[in-house]
Design a protein around this ligand. Structure first.
Ligand code: S3P
Length: 188
């Protein structure tokens, strides 16, 4: 059952994809609040399922084990009723996960410039892919490899270098064609 939200309702889960530091969790939480839907952060769910942090999963079991867990957890979450989900930056790169996201949700790529990502990832030091490396070089490499794939998301929104409210506005505009409007739908 959909809640009536000014401007329209969502009848599919929203999945946010994009690089580390793009603002997926921040915008995801706001979107969930806007639509009165639950918010889930896939990374936190993976940690809950594994009983340890992502850093520990990478360190103890390796990246492949993390990717396998990520695939399983996202597949499970996508069976939940309509909600908003933030995914880790690598999730949409997995062909199986990407297909599931396409089948079961409306996906939004939060696209951000390198400088903005660098500024944002600097606030945390718990991302295994960015530990003990040249972060600029690593993010540049990830942009090259991942941006063409992220572009397969249903919607692309530039993550503004400003207050999250600005990005939210862009996201809501971009989502407009994906909303259902109960008042106009009544005439069908
Ligand atoms: C990863 C991004 C991280 C997390 C893991 C791997 C990636 O999530 O899933 O460290 O491959 O880009 P965020 O994008 O939420 O930081």
């Amino acid at each position: 059952m959909n809640r009536v939200t000014p401007g329209g309702n969502l009848d599919r889960t929203i999945v946010l994809v994009g690089l580390m530091g793009a603002g997926k969790s921040c915008i995801g939480k706001r979107l969930a609040q806007h639509f009165g839907l639950p918010f889930v952060d896939a990374d936190r769910e993976i940690e809950a399922a594994a009983g340890c942090s992502i850093s520990d999963i990478f360190e103890v079991h390796g990246e492949q084990a993390f990717r396998d867990g990520e695939r399983r957890v996202i597949a499970r979450l996508l069976n939940n009723p309509v909600h908003v989900m933030a995914t880790g930056g690598g999730a949409f790169m997995d062909a199986q996960t990407r297909q599931l996201i396409k089948d079961k949700s409306t996906s939004i790529w939060l696209r951000a410039e390198l400088e903005q990502l660098l500024k944002r990832v600097g606030r945390r030091n718990d991302r295994p892919l960015l530990k003990n490396v040249d972060q600029r070089a690593k993010l540049t490499e990830l942009i090259d490899v991942r941006y063409p794939v992220y572009a397969e998301a249903d919607v692309t929104v530039d993550s503004a270098d400003g207050p999250p409210a600005m990005t939210m506005e862009r996201v809501l505009d971009a989502l407009e064609p994906y909303l259902n409007h109960p008042q106009s739908g009544a005439a069908e």
